[in-house]
Design a protein around this ligand. Structure first.
Ligand SMILES: Cc1cc2nc3c(=O)[nH]c(=O)nc-3n(C[C@H](O)[C@H](O)[C@H](O)COP(=O)(O)OP(=O)(O)OC[C@H]3O[C@@H](n4cnc5c(N)ncnc54)[C@H](O)[C@@H]3O)c2cc1C
Ligand SMILES: Cc1cc2nc3c(=O)[nH]c(=O)nc-3n(C[C@H](O)[C@H](O)[C@H](O)COP(=O)(O)O)c2cc1C
Length: 664
């Protein structure tokens, strides 16, 4: 039990007419938890309600994408990259409203409040002919007066529906790639009519939208806006200008709260900050807004968000005046019960978000079909109902042996032990963690170690016998006479089969990260991996003063990192001086050169001047022990888990292990 006192975090706050039971907010996160598009289904309710049940006081759930003024015949634009634009909106569907109302009632029954976010999210319309998303080239249609009027009406109609559903708050989305944002920004708003001009003129659209909503729904529902604390875009507004605009908007008396995050949707910085960002990095923006707005007669609460995964930090932010309310979205994805655990003094039991960004990557550019919300470390996310149905105490406790203490093995052991089985985990290394430990050595990825701590604590609490520095073989496993065995022996780095690969100056990236291999000053990184491993290794080397050149097989580095995070990965490569040559496949290595062939054809390249060659070429599954146990046939229940089955990512290993824990 922790003796940390939360003197502020769990106190209620009056925000306009709404009483928020505590300061912890799930700001809106469109993780697409419903499996019935356009409807609130039981999966959506289970996902967001879990957070209310877990003690989060404010539920922002998922955004309402509003209707847009398409001209006759023009197709809707529903694109993962360009943004979402439709002539219809969910609030116009009676079935949606009915199911939403039930959701609101369910959240209220848990004592939490519901906020509805109204969003025109699109790259199709903008005040001026400038792409809304800075990193893209989607040219928007320029909004005319009738279309602007259409937008106000859609805000007002949606607000009426939100109020009728019993929701407690409405928030107009004026950050990220929304129309509200594009009016506030000097980059995307270059109008010379009444909607454009200096900072104050550029707030007119937002103020007019708020006025229209207030005229329609009155003062009995809290009203706020979501804003970006600083644009971080060439020519965009900085925090000083945002403060000026915000004060001007708040002076109208229309606002009850401001919901501030910082960053944009292409990642540098991202408003869903990855582990490369410090916790609550832009907290001073929250404090400044709070100080400014405190000068007004009407109290305007400040909700601040941005990589806050720890209730102790949240308490500090409230107690030291950085904000009134704390946004903690991914904290609740990683562990929906984190608030209750904190209040009950069970801090050590919290599974802290590692900010790997898989949740937003998956929501914005899904890798899985059918799509389900995904978290690298919480296997239940997106499958809440299945877990509810399938999670049962074991009818008869079994002797379970788990081989391998990576993500898959730890989760299999944790879930099996929670269900009452007697579990022994054998790990050849000095610590649990497997590849999570390797990843955690990279600059900005130390958060991966948090998950290792979580597993170490959880397994100890659950009485799992963990035997470290124990390499399992057929005999060692059989000697334990197990009823069930989970082989989670992971994967090992791929060695490309090319001439010269055995030369002494050729080493593996994993060994470099673990300090097991040293390199000279000039390093060639041979990359045949499209996610985070190559950037991790390259940055680790650059931080140690090496000159790093990456020869990468694909069109650009980290092609599988989605748009909310990729900017930060590439920016860090620039910042540490790493050079990247794309489209190069390794053909051979010699003492003084590397030969490559183009990924697209026959063109050949010879590169020289390197002291060391570091390989990051993906990994190969290690199922040998499983095959031996299978052939032996003496273990009644035998499973192969995680990257020992097929190397993918953390979420896949976590889920696979946990699901086996359910099956035993
Ligand atoms: C540098 C790096 C960065 C990464 N970054 C990301 C990222 O950003 N996002 C993401 O989703 N994924 C990332 N990954 C991949 C992710 O970490 C893995 O997919 C995941 O951790 C695999 O887990 P696992 O349990 O299947 O295997 P492992 O983690 O490989 O665990 C296997 C364990 O089994 C042990 N073992 C093996 N044989 C035996 C034996 N005979 N007896 C006892 N013990 C044995 C090993 O020592 C090891 O601890 C990264 C990986 C690396 C290396
Ligand atoms: C999967 C996902 C979807 C999101 N969707 C939205 C959205 O629809 N509207 C919005 O304003 N913010 C959205 N966000 C941003 C969050 O509200 C929040 O600002 C961000 O996650 C940073 O907070 P955190 O560090 O507590 O996660 C989303 C975040 C995630 C992880």
């Amino acid at each position: 039990m922790s003796n940390v006192k939360f003197e502020h975090l769990f106190t209620p706050l009056q925000v306009g007419p709404m009483r928020v039971p505590n300061r912890i907010c799930e700001t809106t996160n469109t993780i697409n938890s419903s499996r019935a598009p356009g409807l609130i289904d039981e999966h959506f309710i289970a996902h967001h309600l879990a957070k209310a049940k877990g003690g989060t006081g404010w539920i922002g759930s998922e955004t309402w994408l509003l209707d847009l003024p398409f001209p006759p015949g023009a197709p809707d634009e529903i694109s993962l990259r360009g943004g979402y634009g439709s002539r219809y909106s969910v609030y116009q569907s009676p079935a949606f409203v009915e199911s939403w109302t039930k959701f609101v009632q369910a959240v209220h029954a848990e004592g939490a409040v519901v906020s509805v976010q109204l969003t025109h999210l699109t790259s199709l319309w903008s005040p001026s002919p400038v792409p809304v998303v800075g990193a893209q080239d989607y040219m928007p249609h320029v909004l005319g007066e009738e279309e602007i009027e259409f937008l106000f009406e859609s805000y007002a109609k949606a607000a009426e529906v939100a109020k009728a559903s019993g929701a407690d708050a409405i928030e107009i989305h004026c950050a990220h790639e929304t129309i509200g944002y594009s009016f506030l920004s000097p980059v995307t708003n270059r109008r010379t009519d009444r909607w454009g001009g200096g900072p104050l003129e550029r707030t007119r659209f937002v103020v007019a939208a708020l006025e229209r909503i207030r005229a329609r729904v009155g003062d009995s529902i809290a009203l706020g806006i979501r804003v970006n604390g600083g644009e971080s875009r060439e020519g965009g507004y900085d925090n000083m200008e945002l403060r000026e605009m915000l004060f001007h908007i708040a002076q109208t008396g229309l606002l009850d709260f401001v919901d501030m995050d910082t960053g944009h949707c292409w990642g540098a910085p991202s408003y869903v900050p990855s582990s490369y960002h410090p916790h609550a990095e832009f907290r001073e923006f929250g404090k400044a807004a709070r100080a400014d707005l405190s000068e007004l007669d009407k109290k305007v609460a400040v909700l601040f968000t941005g990589r806050i995964n720890d209730p102790v930090l949240a308490e500090e932010l409230v107690s030291k005046g950085y904000c009134d309310l704390v946004g903690m979205v991914r904290a609740g994805i990683a562990d929906p019960d984190f608030a209750n655990k904190a209040r009950e003094g069970r801090l050590g039991e919290i599974r802290r978000c590692i900010a790997c960004t898989r949740c937003i990557d998956e929501a914005s550019e899904p890798m899985t079909v059918p799509y389900t919300p995904t978290c690298s470390i919480n296997p239940v996310i997106g499958n809440e109902l299945r877990w509810e149905a399938e999670y049962k105490a074991a009818a008869k406790p079994k002797r379970v042996v788990v081989v391998g203490g990576g993500a898959a093995g730890c989760e299999a052991a944790r879930v099996a032990a929670m269900r009452g089985h007697k579990v022994t985990l054998l790990e050849q290394g000095k610590r649990l963690g497997g590849q999570m430990l390797i990843a955690s050595k990279a600059p900005g990825r130390d958060s991966f170690e948090d998950q290792v701590y979580f597993e170490e604590n959880a397994l100890q609490r659950l009485g799992v016998e963990v035997r470290l520095e124990t390499r399992a073989a057929l005999d060692t496993v059989k000697a334990l006479a197990p009823d069930a065995v989970v082989v989670a022996t992971g994967s090992l780095p791929v060695v490309p089969q090319v001439p010269g690969i055995d030369l002494p100056h050729v080493v593996q990236g994993w060994d470099v990260l673990m300090g097991k291999a040293q390199t000279g000053k000039r390093v060639a990184v041979v990359s045949q991996e499209d996610y985070y491993e190559t950037p991790c290794v390259a940055e680790y080397l650059a931080e140690r003063g090496k000159d790093v050149v990456i020869f990468h097989k694909s069109v650009h580095l980290a092609t599988e990192v989605a748009r909310y995070s990729i900017g930060m990965v590439l920016k860090r490569m620039e910042q540490c001086g790493v050079k990247v040559w794309p489209n190069r496949l390794l053909k051979s290595v010699s003492a003084d050169a590397l030969e490559f062939v183009s990924s697209w054809g026959e063109a050949g390249y010879r590169e020289s001047g390197f002291d060391s060659v570091v390989l990051v070429c993906g990994s190969l599954q290690q199922p040998a022990l499983y095959e031996q146990l299978k052939a032996d046939g003496s273990v009644p229940q035998l499973y192969l888990a995680g990257s020992a089955w097929v190397p993918r990512r953390l979420a896949e290993a976590t889920r696979h292990g946990a699901d086996i824990g359910l099956l035993i």
